[in-house]
Design a protein around this ligand. Structure first.
Ligand SMILES: [Zn+2]
Length: 220
């Protein structure tokens, strides 16, 4: 069974890894869209100028329909970078609704705007899974977000956080693993998580596979 990497910006092809490569939509990506490998694509809050939103919105509506686009994003909210939060919210709302209409999960970036993210979910009530990537906050916030129906994807830094890893050790619901910028390999992240859960990597592979099935990302 393959290692499953939910969110990465690394393009490498390895037969033992199924990864969803995350692309930021721009004119350049629009013109050179991968047609085969699994990707997610969306408007990253760091890089998207609201002035370009009308054009990018049209592009995204078209390419989001490609079969290899497995999720919409990463998209989201960031109070430290990018456009004003009200503008970020408008762009995010569009992407959540688009994913919902295409039945594709949303992969989310969120920095210091979790209350706003929860409010947006409650107002839109999408049927598709909303997955917060790179989660590395504390157990209390994890509990709150899971209680609101979000999913969490964690990488090496999340697993190294004492509060979060303490929580994940006991948590039995679905969690996703990711490499994001790729500093730590997915194989090593599986090992870290298997250690934490006191299970074998083989057993963990089965669990993560079932989690992907649960949100509709497998079978591929
Ligand atoms: Zn990322």
């Amino acid at each position: 069974m393959q290692f499953l990497d939910l969110h990465t910006h690394i393009a490498a092809l390895q037969p033992e890894v199924l990864r969803i490569q995350s692309l930021h939509l721009s004119e350049a990506t629009f013109l050179a869209m991968p047609k085969q490998k699994p990707i997610s694509i969306g408007l990253h809050p760091w890089y998207t100028k609201f002035a370009d939103f009308p054009t990018l919105q049209k592009y995204l509506k078209v390419i989001a329909q490609q079969a290899n686009v497995r999720m919409i994003g990463e998209c989201g909210l960031d109070k430290l970078r990018g456009e004003d939060l009200s503008l970020q919210l408008e762009m995010l709302r569009f992407q959540v609704q688009l994913g919902d209409s295409l039945n594709k999960p949303i992969i989310l970036h969120c920095v210091k705007a979790f209350d706003e993210l929860i409010a947006l979910k409650n107002s839109l009530q999408p049927k598709v899974p909303l997955i917060i990537h790179g989660f590395q906050k504390n157990a209390q916030l994890a509990t709150q977000l899971l209680g609101q129906g979000f999913y969490l994807s964690v990488g090496a830094s999340g697993l190294k956080s004492p509060s979060l890893s303490g929580f994940l050790k006991e948590y039995t619901g679905p969690v996703f693993l990711e490499t994001d910028q790729g500093e730590v390999s997915i194989e090593l992240i599986y090992e870290m998580y298997a250690d934490l859960k006191k299970i074998s990597v083989e057993k963990l592979k089965d669990i993560i596979f079932a989690n992907w099935q649960q949100v509709g990302l497998l079978p591929y």
